[in-house]
Design a protein around this ligand. Structure first.
Ligand SMILES: NC(=O)C1=CN([C@@H]2O[C@H](COP(=O)(O)OP(=O)(O)OC[C@H]3O[C@@H](n4cnc5c(N)ncnc54)[C@H](O)[C@@H]3O)[C@@H](O)[C@H]2O)C=CC1
Ligand SMILES: NCC(=O)COP(=O)(O)O
Length: 342
């Protein structure tokens, strides 16, 4: 990466306007000095951010900006790149009419990265259901960003979700699927391709030569087939294939005993078979400081680990800590490797 790319600001997509995204962005900017935050700008709606700041009596000057001016303005104001679509400020009440702006923010962030205007993308949480109701076809950011990467590069991208916290990195091999569909879609190939991406990206972006732990699916990792055969039929063949490639893996580990402190000391990332198997330990151990990172993309994307928190939106009690951790990690990852890896 060139020193110029290093100085590019991070782009933050506004996320669901009815959620806590707008206020945690405002709160993160206010804490920019004490948290030593690198410059960022928001892909959003200035009127919405001013409205939320006023409602919460947060003194945040907000300026309309191009990404190129964000770093210069960052000390004195929250830089905002205005979207073409306007966003309505109704905390706690998601509206169909906001969907276009929510999606536009993500797309613009990716455009800015590919145009060399942003060093990486930090996404604020989206509510999936209102977007689905508006016709959005992707389960979440992770899959949508894979699609956008493919559009921009012409090459297939396999996005992999990783929750990265101070004590645990956890990867769900299957992501936004019902438990029934997650089990049905587990294959040795999926586990192998996911582990390859985790191994490669931990080396490239995190500067770690990782030891990977692979969970079982069933209680007691199947107890030699007596509590389910997925370990024997699917997971062990994947582990053997990965070992043959020289990837450092062990497992399948019973999921109930692989997350205590001594077990965690034996690996750098845990590959889990379904969403909650990975996200429950990650969020339980460090809800406020865990970051959702998408691996397998040709650019950096991070996000807070939490969702839209409609129950507290507009109340001024949302904590910006996970967003702050996401901003800091995005900067570190962008600095560790080229902004775009083609
Ligand atoms: N990256 C993303 O876009 C994500 C989006 N979501 C979406 O968020 C929506 C709500 O999901 P939930 O399961 O309710 O999870 P949630 O994380 O929004 O809320 C769970 C609980 O944690 C609290 N909470 C969350 N963030 C907080 C913060 N920063 N400060 C203080 N308290 C906080 C909430 O008030 C709530 O009680 C769903 O539509 C889901 O799809 C969920 C996770 C990630
Ligand atoms: N539970 C994690 C989550 O839903 C985040 O998904 P994504 O929007 O980052 O793909």
């Amino acid at each position: 990466m060139t020193s110029n790319q290093n100085r590019l600001p991070l782009a933050i997509s506004i996320g669901e306007p009815a959620g806590i995204g707008p206020e945690i962005i405002l709160a993160a900017w206010k804490r920019r000095a004490e948290a030593e935050l690198p410059p960022f700008y928001v892909l959003g709606d200035i009127a919405l951010l001013r409205s939320r700041a006023n409602a919460l009596q947060m003194d945040v000057p907000i300026l309309d900006t191009e990404p190129e001016d964000a770093a210069r303005l960052f000390d004195i104001a929250l830089p905002v790149y205005p979207l073409g679509n306007k966003l309505d400020d109704r905390p706690g009440t998601p509206a169909l009419m906001n969907a276009a702006g929510v999606i536009e923010a993500i797309e613009r962030g990716v455009d800015h990265i590919f145009a060399g205007r942003a060093a990486g993308l930090v996404t604020c949480p989206i509510a999936k259901k209102p977007l689905y109701d508006a016709g959005f076809q992707y389960p979440g950011h992770t899959e949508f960003l894979g699609h956008l990467a493919q559009l921009r590069t012409g090459r297939a991208a396999t996005p992999v979700m990783m929750l990265a916290g101070p004590e645990l990195r956890a990867v769900p091999v299957t992501v936004h699927l019902s438990l029934k569909d997650a089990i049905a879609s587990l294959t040795p190939e999926l586990i192998v391709s996911t582990a390859r991406i985790v191994d490669a990206d931990l080396r490239k972006r995190f500067a770690i030569a990782p030891r990977l732990a692979i969970s079982g699916l069933n209680p007691h990792a199947g107890e030699d087939g007596s509590m389910g055969r997925e370990e024997i039929d699917v997971i062990i063949p994947a582990i053997e294939a990965l070992r043959a490639e020289g990837i450092h893996v062990h497992g399948p580990l019973p999921a109930d005993t692989m997350f205590h402190a001594r077990a965690r000391a034996t690996y750098d990332a845990a590959l889990c078979m379904y969403h909650d198997q990975a996200l429950i330990p990650a969020k339980t151990l460090a809800f406020d400081s865990t970051v959702n990172v998408t691996l397998g993309l040709p650019f950096v994307r991070t996000s807070p680990d939490h969702g839209t928190a409609f129950d507290i939106a507009g109340k001024g009690i949302a904590r910006p800590d996970s967003l702050i951790a996401a901003i800091r990690l995005a900067r570190e990852l962008a600095d560790n490797s080229a902004a775009i890896v083609l």
